[in-house]
Ligand binder design. Sequence first.
Ligand SMILES: *[C@@H]1O[C@H](CO)[C@@H](O)[C@H](O)[C@H]1NC(C)=O
Ligand SMILES: *[C@@H]1O[C@H](CO)[C@@H](O)[C@H](O)[C@H]1NC(C)=O
Ligand SMILES: *[C@@H]1O[C@H](CO)[C@@H](O)[C@H](O)[C@H]1NC(C)=O
Ligand SMILES: *[C@@H]1O[C@H](CO)[C@@H](O)[C@H](O)[C@H]1NC(C)=O
Length: 602
Amino acid sequence: MSTDKKNANGQAPKHALQSQPPPPRPSRRWYWKLLATAICLSFVAYHVTTQPEHVSPQTYALCSKEGQRIYTVDENNTSVECIVVHGARIADSGDLKYVLERAENTTGLSSIPVRYAPKGSIVLPGLSDSHCHILEYGASRQIPLSEGKTMKETVTFVREYIKANPDIEGDKSRFIEGWGWDHASWDVEEMPSSEDLEADSAIAGRPVILQSRDGHAIWVSKRTLEHNAPYPDTVEGGVIMRDEVGNPTGVFVDSAQDLITRPVLSTEDLERRFRRTVQDAHAVGLVSLHDAGLKPESLAFFKRQSEKGPLPLRIYGMTYFDEYGSYWGDSVSPFAGAADERLSARSVKIFADGALRTGGAALWEPYSDNPSTNGVMRISAEVLNKVIPRFLKDGWQVNVHAIGDRANAIVLDAFEHALKGVNVSALRPRLEHAQILTKSDMVRLGKLGVIASIQPTHVISDMWYAQDRLGPERVKELYAFRGILDSGARITLGSDFPVDEINPLKGFYAAITRVSTDGTSPHGPNGWFPDQRLTRLEALRGMTIDPAYASFTEQSLGSLIPGKRADYVILSQDIMSVALDKIMDTKVLATALDGHVVYGRL
Ligand SMILES: *[C@@H]1O[C@H](CO)[C@@H](O)[C@H](O)[C@H]1NC(C)=O
Ligand SMILES: *[C@@H]1O[C@H](CO)[C@@H](O)[C@H](O)[C@H]1NC(C)=O
Ligand SMILES: *[C@@H]1O[C@H](CO)[C@@H](O)[C@H](O)[C@H]1NC(C)=O
Ligand SMILES: *[C@@H]1O[C@H](CO)[C@@H](O)[C@H](O)[C@H]1NC(C)=O
């Protein structure tokens, strides 16, 4: 019935492990314990919201000397010469003369300093990523596994990490976790094994867990393998890789990953990961991140951090729902806007199917290059129909990972049912990925008012193999962004980092060109299915005001209009007009959150 089950004897799934979602699933052994912690900590959130707003004393006008180069992304897509920042918010906007005349009225100060954006630059609202994995990204940057060109080199990176961290080197019991290996990009495409890690003297004997780039598999060391033994013969929805005589080799695919107990991370580990993500996010202009699979321990960590001081960016969390666990929507309270609108956890993330590259996306018809399967539903229609209305009723936004046309249809059925007679703009359900939709489901998406949360960089990652997988007709329904918009549906853009790159400019570029960064595509330099390109304005809105709407924050975030928070980014050149092949040369000159520059300078 399912590819995964078929492969439960230990054969690699046909298109094993390349780019694409879901994030690793938290070990269920820890899940409930940590959920309990999260429940306790949710009381803390109420406390945090009652603290006074973090107000910057500063007031200034931010202006362009070259005319209206501040893109406000208001409802009329207006550009202005200046915005006035007063404390954490925007007090006014317009021409320099106009805002200075009004300064006393808008800020209470008779004169305000004027800061100019550098020559050639533009100002945009601070950018958002609507679908990403915050701490997992930080983990992925610690050991550069994704850069390994061979299995040996990948192992060497683990060795170097140990050598570079004396505290870890000196303590053989310390867990080593990495993310990002991709055997499909090695010189020889073969599955690694625990022996490959054991062969390195610096690694031998240590507990190691290395997550694959797409999050669909883990590669563990001998010690970890032994520690978690014995193993069942088969696992539903997963694969235990085995050698010729049937012994596990140290690679666990999909739900078999849950057989390996994850270490409980120390606060220092989590802080190190978070710092890294924050640093990289600010450097690419991101201020607002929708975490698409918040684990209870991650949420608890973010809450602890926000008590120490303002979080360095805005986190909008989708709490992971375990389809094998029980319903928790009535025992945990959703919360929004805590800690100066920097922390919210008011949505739930449900997985409907797997990923296209690995053959896990649930399709109506079999895969064109593997007719023995049409993918796997991770959750039944029955469970979806049961939990979606409950979560909505209990105040949760429901965001469902759906990639294949069958998965999207089944989820839309459930939404259609759950949304009967209710106000959809009060609930704003989302399809995460919404990759392959039949024409009629696109129409349904628009009619229902369900938001399509899409990842343009996946287009240029996947366009090279997609037609093999789907065939010449069905492939037209993959990443059909124009079709989705024409159906009247709302979109919101993300990258799925660390699955794809964190840089939102790459998503902007991919959305409007549908060519890779070297200017090529399977359909030539004009783009892969160029009719499906977004306009620059659509892409800009998809990274600013649309994510604000998709996270219920359009009243305070996502555009540079008076009353909203002063989150902005200054780019070195005008991405709204520069030649397409120059877009990727754009530099982020400054990123500001609540009026404070957190990266670069002004
Ligand atoms: C947008 O344009 C319309 C028509 O000119 C105008 O009525 C409306 O006030 C404008 N909205 C904003 C926010 O400026
Ligand atoms: C602003 O831009 C978006 C995206 O192109 C467009 O749909 C919308 O109609 C524009 N708004 C106005 C008032 O022109
Ligand atoms: C400032 O506000 C006062 C009182 O509302 C008003 O009379 C005056 O015209 C305003 N000044 C400017 C420059 O808008
Ligand atoms: C639907 O919900 C939105 C957002 O909460 C609200 O602004 C709107 O007034 C509601 N519409 C109706 C008909 O209740």
